[in-house]
Design a protein around this ligand. Sequence first.
Ligand code: C2E
Ligand code: MG
Ligand code: MG
Ligand code: MG
Length: 285
Amino acid sequence: RAKQKGRNQYQRFSEVFDEKLHRRLTLRNELRIAMDQHDLQLYYQPVINQSGHICGCEALLRWLHADLGWVSPEDFITIAEQTGQIVELGRWVLWRACNDAQCLVQSRLMPGRVAVNLSPLQFYRSDFLADLGSVLEEVGLDAHWLELELTEGTLMRDTRSSIDTLNSLAEMGITTAIDDFGKGCSSLDYLQRLPVTRIKLDKSFVHAIDHGDCNAAVCKSVIVLGRELELEVLAEGVETRAQYECLLGLGCEKFQGYLFARPMPFSALCKLLQDGPGKPLQPRL
Ligand code: C2E
Ligand code: MG
Ligand code: MG
Ligand code: MG
């Protein structure tokens, strides 16, 4: 009887395993097709400053699969990194984001920099800077409109090489942000030496802020650290008024989150920028 139970458990385990493996293999092949058929889209989430105005945005990749529905970027980017497809995909993201940015510049709607997420596989390629330069040139976008986001994990993989690349980006006029800050336990010594512009406080710390009582130890520490190192702090994943007010009180400079706006198609971003020039984006209550 115990044996029978064990076998059932194994069977259940292997079914789950097969299902996962199957899904991964499917996604890998489907991603190839999606890339060929242009089924991928860039959404944009506004970045808000202390006075509630839109001061930039972040490009976020979206994939709407005919049968599977929306596939989470966390899932398909992991797969694209394993298969190496991320290099081609990432180049497309940069190209698309630069084109949209140029469109905003030309229609005088550009609120600030457009931030693009980078995979370590892109960042550490020997031709990364040359490739980036040629995208900017091809599109005709001034590099001052671009920001690149890297995780702590990416930057810590090879700090010497990271510092060189970050310096080159700064020389080009491109700013850089450490994404999901606080999750990666990077050494404070290295942080001090990394020539980045901004840190993006990970949303898990933002969500930990209590309603009413503002005892957000990590948020507070990161904001103080940012001030000491002269790095701008942006809080990601701001969902509630309590979180926003607490962070504002702590001196956080920029905000992103569902409280203000969800990631949206480029056309919706254009409409938002057209409708409210100079108008603060009110938190949605
Ligand atoms: P990320 O760069 O940290 O992006 C922030 C994520 O938080 C996005 O998830 C965004 O939709 C979500 N978010 C924004 N506001 C809120 C909020 O108020 N509450 C909550 N709970 N979530 C919020 P998304 O779009 O699913 O992307 C997940 C991750 O996938 C990104 O995290 C980024 O690491 C990666 N990713 C997305 N697009 C790209 C890309 O073009 N290239 C690369 N390499 N990675 C990308
Ligand atoms: Mg990001
Ligand atoms: Mg993030
Ligand atoms: Mg994240």
